[in-house]
Design a protein around this ligand. Structure first.
Ligand code: PEP
Ligand code: MN
Length: 365
C-alpha cells in the first residue's frame, strides 16, 4: 500500500485539475523572464516547470543549462508567485534543487525505468518533506511505475503524484509516445488517492495534439495537465514541436470540458446503469462467439493431427492477420489494438491445439 497525502494538504495552495506549465528546458534568464511575463498577461499555471538537466536520446543535443538555471527560477517566483518543479535524475540534482528552494521535484521517464537511480534519489531525500511526481517509465510497465512510487514512500515521501507521458512503441502511431490510457486508468484504480497528471506534450510530440490529448485525460478523470510552454516554441532549444505559447495554453485550457465524477451526480446513475447493461450484454455475445471460434480451432487441430500436419502455419496466420487488421480499420479500430487482440487469440488457439494433440497422443499410447 502506498500512503498518499492529499494534494490540498501539500501546503502549496494546490488542488485537483491543476495545470503545470513552463519550458521543456530553461535556456536563458531572458527566456524565463519572457515566458513568466506572457503567463502573467494570459494564463498563470498552478506550478511552473523547467528542465534544468535534460536526458537526451543522443549526445550532442542541448543537455540542459545545469545548476545555473536554478537561480533563474527566482524570476518566476517574483513575477508569478507559484511553486516550481524541476526534473531530478540523481542525488546531485536533488541536492542542488533543494538548495535552490525548488518546491516540487519530478522523476523523468528515463529515470523511472532504473531502480538504481530511483533508489539513489530516494536515499538523498530521506528526512526531506518535498512533493515528488513520478513520470511513467518509457516502456509500458505498471509495476515499474508503482515501484518508483513505493520506493519514495519507503523513504518517507507521501506527497506524491504520477505523470502520464505515454509509452515508447515499435508501432508507428500519430503520437510521439502512445498514451495507452489503460495504464493510467489501472494506476488510478489501484491507487485512488494518487493524483495523476497528464503530459500531452510528450504524448503528442506536436502541439496540434495537445488539446485532444488533454481532453481525453479529463474525460478519464485524470487530475491535471503538464504542458510545455515557451514564448517562442519554434526556436526552443529542446522539444520545439510540442511546446505552445502561454496565450495558446490559455485557449486550450479554456476550451477543455471538465467532467464530473458520477459519485457527485447520483441522478445520472440510472441511465448510466442502462448503458452499462447493454455493454454487459455485448460482452457476453463476444465471449460466446469467441468460444465458438475456439471450438472450430480445436476441430482444425484434430484434423491436422489426423493428417500429420504442423500446428502452426505461418503463411495462413499472416493472411488472417492482414485481413483482420484491414477489417478492423474499416470499423474504426486501430492497427495496434487489432494486432494485440489477434495475437492474444492466436496464442490461446495454439495452446488449445497443442493440448489437444498431447491429449490425443496420450490416448493412443
Ligand atoms: C520533459 O518533461 O521534458 C522530459 C524529459 O520528459 P520525459 O521524462 O517524459 O521524457
Ligand atoms: Mn521536453
Amino acid at each position: 500500500m502506498i500512503e498518499v497525502t492529499n494534494i490540498e494538504d501539500w501546503g502549496l495552495g494546490l488542488k485537483k485539475n491543476l495545470v503545470i506549465a513552463g519550458p521543456c528546458s530553461a535556456e536563458t534568464p531572458e527566456q524565463i523572464t519572457q515566458i513568466a511575463n506572457e503567463m502573467n498577461d494570459s494564463f498563470v499555471p498552478n506550478i511552473f516547470r523547467a528542465g534544468i538537466w535534460k536526458p537526451r536520446t543522443r549526445p550532442g543535443n542541448f543537455e540542459g543549462i545545469g545548476k545555473e538555471g536554478l537561480s533563474w527560477m527566482e524570476i518566476v517566483r517574483e513575477k508569478l508567485n507559484i511553486p516550481i518543479t524541476v526534473e531530478v535524475a540523481n542525488a546531485k540534482h536533488v541536492e542542488e534543487a533543494l538548495a535552490a528552494g525548488i518546491e516540487i521535484l519530478w522523476i523523468g521517464a528515463r529515470t523511472t525505468v532504473n531502480p538504481f537511480s530511483v533508489q539513489e534519489i530516494c536515499d538523498s531525500l530521506k528526512g526531506v518533506d518535498i512533493p515528488v511526481m513520478v513520470k511513467n517509465p518509457i516502456n509500458p510497465d505498471l509495476a515499474l511505475w508503482k515501484g518508483a512510487l513505493e520506493r519514495l514512500n519507503k523513504a518517507g515521501i507521501t506527497k506524491l503524484a504520477a505523470i502520464h507521458r505515454g509509452f515508447s512503441s515499435s508501432i508507428k502511431t500519430k503520437y510521439r509516445n502512445t498514451p495507452e490510457w489503460g495504464y493510467a486508468v489501472r494506476l488510478k484504480e489501484e491507487l485512488p488517492d494518487l493524483p495523476i497528471i497528464c503530459d500531452p506534450s510528450h504524448i503528442g510530440g506536436k502541439r496540434d495534439l495537445i488539446h485532444e490529448v488533454s481532453q481525453q485525460a479529463y474525460n478519464l478523470g485524470l487530475d491535471g495537465l503538464m504542458v510545455e510552454t515557451h514564448h517562442d516554441p519554434d526556436n526552443a532549444w529542446s522539444d520545439a514541436k510540442q511546446q505552445v505559447t502561454p496565450a495558446r495554453l490559455k485557449e486550450i485550457i479554456n476550451s477543455l470540458v471538465l467532467r464530473e465524477s458520477i459519485t457527485k451526480r447520483p441522478e445520472l446513475m440510472n441511465e448510466l446503469e442502462r448503458l452499462r447493461e447493454s455493454v454487459d450484454t455485448i460482452d457476453a455475445q463476444i465471449l460466446d462467439l469467441l468460444a465458438q471460434r475456439f471450438e472450430q480451432i480445436e476441430a482444425i487441430g484434430d484434423y491436422k493431427r489426423q493428417n500429420n500436419l504442423t500446428v502452426f502455419q505461418q503463411d495462413r496466420w499472416e493472411t488472417v492477420t492482414n485481413n483482420r487488421v484491414e477489417m478492423g480499420k474499416g470499423k474504426n479500430m486501430s492497427e495496434s489494438f487489432m494486432r494485440a487482440f489477434l495475437d492474444a487469440i492466436h496464442t490461446e488457439s495454439l495452446k488449445k491445439q497443442e493440448s489437444r494433440i498431447k491429449l490425443a497422443d496420450k490416448v493412443s499410447v
